[in-house]
Every structure is written in structure tokens, then in C-alpha cells.
Design a binder for this molecule. Structure first.
Ligand code: SF4
Ligand code: SF4
Length: 470
């Protein structure tokens, strides 16, 4: 260990931009075993590991790095998977520059962080290859049933732990495929769909029952779930798009980011393209509005769909973007043009079609509640021609009580109100986790919530059994 003095930080090789924009393949290749040993041995085994402190899952990173460096990958996998239900997903999609790697002591000392995310991916991909990942067989049978509504990362992580604890688990998913945003939101070039499908198959083999095309409130009532299950977990995520507040009439070619990404992912999975041609960027001048990871997913998808021009408009500057710096760099390499400090002010349209977007140049003002400097409009206006506007302005929750015909306490933002220590809602039998509780957030936080809510559901169900027996 402590080799960071001698060995340089080397990430996994990346397909060159000219080649990678021709398809939707993942752009990062995997480490060879020798490379992984080399890179893991750079870790200084800190007494206070800031990498671990800043990992939402509190992964025991120093220990698994040590095992990799000693070529003891099976042990590394045991440790890594003890806190993370889907390490191969986090290794691919976490914004490591803001989490574990951004806080690595070696990074702070100016030597380049330990490449934690890529090593985490390497451990788990090796575990799959070598057959170390077996279907879960629980040592006990609880004879209690849990219904999970939604099959995104929070729901699937909870299912993983609950099946391990011995419960019967059924997942109700309104879409035709399992995975939530991991299957329909995140593009293939960041997370290959086979990675998500493999976990779905593994959970099925472990005994989780999946009901697809089954929307609670439509195809099955929430009441039915309450009658037939001992506990219910709501992990539906947040899908309602925030829209541009420009007092415009209907604009057919200004579309929400998620509609656009879902269509692209569906086509990639072999579905028939939708008849809505505004969901394809081919040969179009595209403007994506927003500065988060979803905006980066959109611009990079548009490049791969062979848009004639892709511009990202963001109201703050590069340093104050909420998304991962690595994703911005990838987008720049792929030919995306960024217009920083640009605030949309008007859509010029004829009939229902936008022909251009007017935006105001902003200056940076004071730091706002997000901790970033807020944009202040100037009166300088610019205009951009556009055939397609994609709005990546964040998500908000749908009204769960209306959808499910329930009466759960909600927060002022419309998310489900829970006791954060237990993820329990105002109905003690009903739990909620992931974005529907915390608002739109990272996959790794959803996995965290799935892990934690599984523990509290177990506690609740054990108490229920004890009460019944006494
Ligand atoms: Fe880093 Fe994410 Fe892995 Fe945690 S889960 S170690 S933040 S890549
Ligand atoms: Fe290793 Fe960096 Fe974590 Fe320290 S902070 S234990 S050097 S990965």
C-alpha cells in the first residue's frame, strides 16, 4: 500500500470520443487484474478514511482496496457487497468526484485520487464472471409477505435484503421492465442495460416475485395490498418533470428530459420507436436546458442520435453546476457546446412549434440555499435557433394519495413524510424510501434507503409476530 508516491493515478481506458459517439456502448473499459492491483495499492489506508465517510453507503473502502492490492478479490467482493446491494451499478454511475474519490486524502494531497469507483466495478464484475454471486438462499422462512411498489434502485435494494431476511417479497412495477430509472432513465453509455437485467434475473432466482405492467391504483388497489401483505414499501421515485416557467403556450418540440431518455432507452432495448418524432434528435439543432446529470445524459444521447448541433444552456457557470464534472468533461469531448450563465426567457414559436429560444446572460450573485452562487439576470439577450428543446430541470413527486387512494402524510414538497430513522409513514404498516421520500437524488442514496428500510421493515415484522404470539 501507500504506493501513491511511486504509481500514478490511471483510470480505466475510455473509448475515444470520435468512436464512442457512434454507438451507445459504455465508454469506460474495465481494469485488468494487474491494473487493479496497481491502482488499489496506491491507497494510504487512512486512519480516518474520508472516502468512506463521504460514501452514502459508508462502504468499507480501505479494506476492500487492501484485499484487491493483495489479489484477494473474493474477500474484497465479500466486504464490498456487505454494504452495497449493487456495487457494479454504483461503480458506474456514482458521481465519485463529489463523493468517495473527491474526498480521498491522496486526491487532496495532489496525487490524484484512488480510482475507487472503477475498482468497485472491477471487484463485482469479477465476482459475476467467477460465479461468486449466487442466488440468495435465506437461512430462515418468516412466513410474512412484503409488497414493494416500484422497481428502481431503492425497491430492488430493499427486495435484496428482505428476501435474505426470509420474507416473501413481491414487487409491483407499472412499466413493462424492471429497474426504474436504471433501465429507462440512465443511458446505456453509462450503465449497460445488461447490468440491470442481470440483477433482475438474479433476484427472480432468489425468489422475488415481479409483477410488471401492474400499476397500483389502476391494475391493483392499494387496499388489496394492505389486505394481502404484512408490510408495504413505496419506492416509486419521482417522475413528474419540472417545466420551463415562460408562460408559453403548448410547444410540441419542447419535451421533458425523461420522456426523451425513456424513448431512447426503449429503442435501445429493441422496442418500436414512438410516433412522436420530437423524441428523436436526429439532424436537429438541439438545446438542452439544465446543468445536472440528467441534462448531461440528454446532450450525450442527442450527440449519439446524430443531432446536427447540441447546445447545453445552464444558468450558473461551470464551477457551480450540480452535475458530475466527469460527465461535463465527457460531454465536451463529444462535441457538446455549453452556454454558461444563460437563463431562458422566451420561446419563439409558430403554431405549436418552437423555432428559437431567447435567453438572458446572467452574472453570478450571492450563494443561495443550495450552497452555489445564484444567477442574476442582466438585460443582455441572445437568441438560438432550435428544432428541439429538451427541458432537464429536475423532477417532482406525483400526488401519491391521489394515485393510490391513500391518506398518507406528505411534506410541503409533496414527498411522503416519514420518520427518517425508520422510513415509516403515517400508516405504520406502510414504509417509503428513495426519491419519493428525499426528492430526486442519486442512485446510491436510493440503494442506501433500500438497505435501511429493509432493516426497519424486519424490525416491524418481528414485533408484529411477537405481539401475535403473546
Ligand atoms: Fe464511491 Fe459510490 Fe462506491 Fe460509495 S458507492 S464507494 S460513493 S462509487
Ligand atoms: Fe485510501 Fe483515499 Fe480512502 Fe485514504 S481516503 S483510505 S487513501 S481511498
Amino acid at each position: 500500500m501507500l504506493e501513491f508516491f511511486k504509481k500514478k493515478q490511471v483510470g480505466p481506458s475510455k473509448t475515444v470520443s470520435e468512436k464512442r459517439i457512434k454507438d451507445f456502448q459504455e465508454i469506460y473499459n474495465s481494469f485488468s487484474n494487474d491494473q487493479s492491483i496497481d491502482q488499489a495499492s496506491r491507497c494510504s489506508q487512512c486512519g480516518i478514511p474520508y472516502c468512506q465517510i463521504h460514501c452514502p453507503l459508508n462502504n468499507n473502502i480501505p479494506d476492500w482496496l487492501k484485499y484487491i492490492a493483495e489479489d484477494r478479490l473474493e474477500e474484497a467482493y465479500e466486504i464490498s457487497s456487505s454494504t452495497n446491494a449493487f456495487p457494479e451499478v454504483c461503480g458506474r454511475v456514482c458521481p465519485q468526484d463529489r463523493l468517495c474519490e473527491g474526498n480521498c486524502v491522496v486526491e487532496k494531497a495532489g496525487f490524484g485520487s484512488i480510482t475507487i469507483g472503477s475498482l468497485e466495478k472491477h471487484i463485482t464484475e469479477t465476482a459475476w464472471e467467477k460465479g461468486w454471486i449466487k442466488p440468495i438462499v435465506s437461512s430462515k422462512k418468516q412466513n410474512q409477505k412484503v409488497a414493494i411498489i416500484g422497481s428502481g434502485p431503492a425497491g430492488l435494494a430493499a427486495a435484496t435484503y428482505l428476501i435474505e431476511y426470509g420474507y416473501d417479497v413481491e414487487v409491483f412495477e407499472k412499466n413493462d421492465r424492471i429497474g426504474g430509472l436504471m433501465i429507462y432513465g440512465i443511458p446505456n453509455f453509462k450503465l449497460d442495460k445488461s447490468v440491470v437485467i442481470r440483477r433482475h434475473e438474479w433476484l427472480k432466482e432468489s425468489g422475488v416475485i415481479f409483477h410488471t405492467n401492474c400499476e397500483v391504483g389502476k391494475d391493483i388497489t392499494f387496499d388489496d395490498l394492505e389486505k394481502n401483505f404484512d408490510a408495504i414499501l413505496i419506492s416509486t421515485g419521482v417522475y413528474k418533470a419540472r417545466s420551463l416557467d415562460l408562460n408559453t403556450k403548448k410547444v410540441n418540440n419542447s419535451v421533458p428530459a425523461l420522456d426523451y431518455l425513456i424513448e431512447s432507452n426503449r429503442v435501445g432495448l429493441g422496442d418500436t420507436p414512438s410516433s412522436n418524432l420530437n423524441l428523436n434528435a436526429k439532424n436537429k439543432k438541439v438545446i438542452v436546458i439544465g446543468g445536472g446529470d440528467t441534462a448531461m445524459d440528454c446532450v450525450r444521447t442527442a450527440v449519439r442520435q446524430k443531432a446536427s448541433d447540441v447546445i447545453c444552456l445552464y444558468r450558473r457557470n461551470k464551477e457551480n453546476m450540480p452535475g458530475s464534472a466527469r460527465e461535463v468533461e465527457n460531454a465536451e469531448q463529444e462535441g457538446v457546446n455549453f452556454k454558461w450563465l444563460s437563463v431562458p426567457s422566451e420561446i419563439i414559436q409558430q403554431n405549436d412549434i418552437a423555432s428559437s429560444l431567447v435567453y438572458k446572460i446572467a452574472e453570478l450573485g450571492e450563494v443561495d440555499e443550495s450552497g452555489r452562487r445564484s444567477p442574476v439576470d442582466t438585460d443582455i439577450k441572445e437568441t438560438l435557433n432550435s428544432d428541439l428543446i429538451i427541458e432537464a430541470l429536475g423532477f417532482q413527486p406525483e400526488n401519491i394519495n391521489e394515485k393510490f387512494n391513500t391518506n398518507l402524510n406528505l411534506t410541503g414538497w409533496g414527498t411522503i413524510k416519514v420518520d427518517f430513522n425508520k422510513f415509516q409513514t403515517s400508516n405504520p404498516k406502510v414504509f417509503a424510501a428513495g426519491d419519493i421520500v428525499r426528492g430526486a437524488s442519486l442512485v446510491v442514496w436510493a440503494i442506501h434507503d433500500g438497505r435501511e428500510v429493509a432493516k426497519t421493515i424486519q424490525h416491524y415484522l418481528e414485533n408484529k409476530k411477537i405481539k401475535k404470539a403473546s
